[in-house]
Design a protein around this ligand. Structure first.
Ligand code: F3S
Length: 754
């Protein structure tokens, strides 16, 4: 079998070496003596030490990822942390994608120009930092992280981490791709192994074949409805079964992308022929052939099925299109029941804006199938969509190709406004002129995430997600009550029924080459200086956090007791705040402003226990900090769900938070808190959440903190006797070191990180 091949067409010094991965895996095979699942093969072939403990849900795997990826909002902090730790180089190949900072206002070209005016100092900083650290940079307008990664860097059997929760998109090309916080990224870039609790592995067995209006998106929308937003927590979703071979590579990427919405560590498909075709189409034939040589290692072993921790069955042949939402991605409704559900719930029936694209659904196939619906409507004389329609291509490669092949002009003919190849409304970076804040309205998108306020900052916007085909079809009618499978559209006095969508998964004439999208790092980087303007309100060096004083933490106020969903959007809002990602003090003014206060059901209205006055959360935290008074947050279930946003942890630390005590945590946020030296604790008895109130004071007896040993919390009511509660923590030895040193970065700088 052949020796290594280049990992991509852009880096001359990074390689795929399946033979080496195989030999690491063989060590594990000889130990476990059982057939392996595909996800296990990928993880185990990247072990730093293949003789380490391996127990799902218990052991911490120490892994050597092949790559690291980041975007222009998260990369700022990554570089600032690398600089703060005194590093000058990166030990693992990394790329940065400039996709998050472009605000959607008018249309793509104009918006990109405006964004340059607004973000020049940040993009210049990233350009200089990428050059300094030897990192490849995808320039503004080149495309969205996950699409560009799929087009250029993902490969079967590979392991990548990325500072974005939709990094798992690359599972569509059989890569194990995991969303992490910036702290984990810094570890890997510094040459340390990446540590993660060994996930469980859930199998999703696909049988049959999609037909009619059903799409890959509907597979994951259905799955989200079956397992809920917490259903994948601590697990990898591994797809298997005969239905897998019927899907396109980009369709599988859509499914893996939205695995983030069920809290999965990642999602992954085994290597298939459609992945081979995609690699060839994206000019990576050498990798495609190489993967075929090692194909046995790029799929689960025969007879391994009994090793799944759980199996979920989905029959593609009978799958209906779904629409999920509003306000949560696991509220799944089949299209046949959707109109009735809308009426019963009193959701706004009129679609105010329909949006297609984003990293989830902006492939050539998606755009082609969406355009086929538009073409059908135009053929029947329909002049335009009944509501505003926006189109976000996933990358310049896609945009250029669908411009050449005609899909873009078809979508424009029905009124589609082509936005920049960037996140825009998906991350709330959307200057929405058409809807006053607070007004109830419905939007329908082919995006992935639909928490309140996510897209336009308006908590009254009911955001629904569906396939791009369905979004375009429903935009023609302009109402959520329209079912294109059973209802007719009207043009004048004639009516017609739309044909089911159709379209190729790959362009028959190949993808149209792009130019000026990528900045290659220079060979000689010694004289490059990283640019941080001293008077910037966007960029600020991160000073080290103080080390723990070694004592129990006593008499701490509760900053806020949150209720229900406290997503990372609620802890550190995006939208207009995105621009402060490189300036910790400024962005901290959004701390927890979206969280619901359990005491009064209001947002950003809490009582300052020192003054008794009602105030905003960030301002109150600053007042406690100014008095050297550490505080805690009490959280509900799955605290920090949603994204890898490390500012959600950094801000808590920066403004003086000592601990977050919750019923349960989302995985990435919990790790992020640990990295920043904040204790993440859970109630041993979940119902104790009810016994703690915002006017109580808290002691945490952490002086002798040790692995696997619960901590005692003393709760001191204002009037009444103190009482004790027991708290779990999940810190291992290394993580306790982070807590003691004040942060993982401090431990690394001191050389106590391992
Ligand atoms: Fe961007 Fe939305 Fe994807 S924010 S990376 S397009 S999930």
């Amino acid at each position: 079998l052949s020796q290594r091949v280049h990992m991509n067409n852009l880096e001359s010094d990074s390689f795929i070496d399946y033979a080496k991965m195989k030999s690491t895996l063989d060590v594990v095979r000889s130990r476990l003596q059982r057939p392996l699942l595909y996800a296990e093969k990928v993880l185990f072939s990247h072990l730093d030490d293949p003789t380490q403990d391996l127990e799902r849900g218990k052991s911490y795997l120490r892994l050597r990822p092949d790559r690291v990826a980041s975007h222009d909002a998260t990369a700022q902090t990554v570089f600032l942390q690398l600089m703060s730790a005194g590093l000058t180089d990166t030990k693992t190949p990394m790329t940065v994608y400039s996709d998050h900072l472009i605000t959607a206002r008018v249309e793509g070209i104009e918006d990109l120009g405006t964004a340059w005016g607004e973000n020049r100092e940040v993009w210049n900083f990233l350009s200089s930092a990428c050059a300094k650290f030897g990192v490849g940079l995808w320039k503004p307008g080149s495309g969205i992280f996950h699409q560009v990664l799929l087009e250029n860097y993902a490969f079967p059997g590979g392991l990548t981490i990325g500072t974005d929760s939709h990094t798992p998109n690359a599972g569509g090309l059989a890569m194990c791709a995991i969303g992490v916080g910036g702290g984990d990224t810094v570890d890997v870039l510094a040459g340390l192994p990446w540590e993660v609790k060994q996930p469980k592995i859930f199998g999703v067995r696909l049988t049959g074949r999609l037909n009619g209006w059903a799409t890959p998106k509907d597979i994951v929308l259905k799955l989200a409805g079956l397992v809920t937003v917490k259903g994948g927590t601590g697990a990898i979703m591994e797809y298997f079964g005969p239905g897998v071979d019927t899907l396109s590579c980009t369709g599988m990427a859509t499914i893996c992308n939205m695995g983030a919405e069920i809290g999965a560590t990642t999602s992954i498909f085994p290597f298939t022929d459609s992945m081979y075709d995609y690699l060839v189409a994206t000019k990576r034939s050498e990798i495609a052939e190489y993967a075929r040589l090692y194909a046995d290692d790029l799929r689960p072993d025969p007879e391994s099925e009994s090793s799944y921790d759980q199996i979920i069955d989905i029959d593609l042949s009978s799958l209906e299109p779904h629409i999920n939402g509003p306000f949560t991605p696991d509220l799944a409704t089949p299209i046949s029941e959707f109109a009735r559900t809308v009426r019963e719930n009193g959701w706004p029936e009129k679609i105010s804006v329909a949006l297609i694209g984003s990293c989830t659904n902006a492939s050539y196939e998606d755009m082609s199938r969406a355009a086929s619906i538009a073409a059908d409507a135009l053929d029947h004389g329909m002049p335009k969509s009944a509501c505003k329609l926006t189109v976000t291509p996933g990358s310049e490669l896609i945009r250029g190709t669908i411009e050449r092949d005609g899909q873009l002009s078809t979508l424009k003919k029905i009124g589609g406004i082509v936005l920049a190849n960037a996140c825009g409304p998906c991350i709330g970076n959307w200057d929405r002129f058409d809807m006053p804040d607070g007004q109830d309205n419905s939007i329908l998108s082919s995006y992935n995430r639909n928490f309140a306020g996510r897209n336009d900052g308006n908590a009254a916007t009911h955001a629904f997600v569906a396939s791009p085909e369905l979004v375009v079809a429903m935009s023609l009618a302009g109402t959520l009550l329209f079912n294109p499978l059973t209802d007719d559209l009207k043009v004048g006095d004639k009516s017609f029924r739309l044909q089911p969508p159709s379209g190729r998964s790959l362009p028959s004439n190949g993808y149209k080459a792009t130019s000026d999208a990528y900045q290659e790092p220079p060979q000689d980087r010694r004289d490059i200086e990283v640019i941080i303007p001293t008077d910037s309100n966007r960029l600020q060096a991160i000073p080290p956090f103080p080390a723990w004083n070694g004592h129990n933490a006593v008499n701490m106020p509760i900053l806020i007791k949150t209720k229900g969903k406290t997503t990372t959007d609620a802890i550190s809002a995006a939208g207009p705040w995105l621009k402060y990602r490189g300036h910790l003090d400024n962005i901290s003014n959004n701390l927890l402003i979206g969280a619901t206060n359990a005491e009064n059901d209001r947002k950003n209205k809490i009582t300052n226990v020192l003054t008794g006055k009602t105030g905003a959360v960030p301002a109150t935290a600053r007042e406690y900090k100014a008095k050297n008074l550490p505080w805690v947050v009490i959280g509900d279930n799955n605290f920090g769900e949603g994204s890898s946003r490390e500012h959600a942890a950094l801000e808590i630390r920066h403004l003086g938070g000592f601990a977050v005590i919750a019923r349960s945590f989302a995985r990435i946020h919990e790790t992020n808190l640990k990295k920043q030296g904040v204790l993440s604790l859970t109630f041993v008895d979940e119902s104790d959440y009810e016994r703690v109130h915002a006017d109580h004071r808290i002691d945490i007896l952490c002086k002798d903190i040790a692995v696997n040993t619960p901590l005692t919390m003393v709760v001191r009511p204002k009037d009444g006797d103190p009482f004790d509660l027991q708290l779990h923590h999940s810190l291992n030895e290394a993580q306790i070191e982070w807590f003691k040193e004040g942060s993982a970065l401090n431990a690394m700088a001191k050389g106590t990180a391992t």
